[in-house]
Design a binder for this molecule. Sequence first.
Ligand code: SAM
Length: 209
Amino acid sequence: MKGHRWFAAIYDSMAASEERRFMGEVRTELVGGAKGRVLEIGAGTGLNFSYYPKDVEVIATEPDPYMLRRARRRLTESGNHIELRESSAEELPFENDSFDTVVGTLVMCSVPHPERALAEIRRLLKPGGEYRFYEHVRYDSAFGGFWQDAIMPIWRWFGAGCHPNRDTVRTIQNAGFSIAHLERTKPLPPVPPMIFSRPHVKGIAKSPD
Ligand SMILES: C[S@@+](CC[C@H](N)C(=O)[O-])C[C@H]1O[C@@H](n2cnc3c(N)ncnc32)[C@H](O)[C@@H]1O
């Protein structure tokens, strides 16, 4: 992947107020609940790293070299024991049934082929393993979805490939997961540009036993 230099450079400052307002709590719960051998996809600058429990083994992946560089720096500074690999979620270089947990936060909006990424996650998870996810998604209403579709080309350009209009929960279900836990929230204010990425989902999807 060529990568998005400027997006990586501003990502942490852009995310700072959301981290304080709700993402810190989301990461505490979602990442803090990871068990066993853990794979993170689309790790970005590594904002999840400090939230992993001490007793898990984590391999974090990220395809963008600019993000990866920042994640590596964060790891060095924090001393967290996490292995970092350059890889896209559509093609993950690991064996079948080799992870207990996969973590993905704010990733499926940016992955070019979410169906392929989810097939990979399913392949890598052990039977009964958990995919722990947090995503911004498509509005339930046709009106909201219409505006997300309309803004998508511009949004994608400014957001380094981000799609505001994806029905990610449905894509997860279509990949053969069962949804064990799901919370829908709208943590952002109803004003542009945040209004276009307002519906969020936090969930746990289970790989079939
Ligand atoms: C909005 S950022 C989220 C970063 C991080 N997960 C977080 O919670 O802060 C989206 C991330 O998805 C990554 N990404 C884009 N395409 C991807 C792909 N094909 N596979 C995995 N990650 C991808 C981007 O490089 C970026 O780091």
